[in-house]
Ligand binder design. Structure first.
Ligand code: ZN
Length: 55
């Protein structure tokens, strides 16, 4: 029972993560920066922060 609940919670987390990756919140102005590499509002390069984990 507990394991089943945890699995569902994990699925929800993964799903939310995908949404966040597509709609990044700009760390500088705090607004949705869009899907591009730069923030649509202030032009901050988002790739540097997102790629920090992968590189
Ligand atoms: Zn911004």
């Amino acid at each position: 029972m507990v394991t089943d609940i945890e699995e569902k919670a994990a699925d929800t987390k993964v799903f939310q993560g995908e949404i966040e990756s597509k709609q990044t919140i700009c760390p500088r102005c705090g607004k949705p920066a869009g899907e591009g590499k730069f923030c649509n509002n202030c032009g901050t390069p988002l790739g540097l922060m997102k790629c920090g984990n992968k590189f």
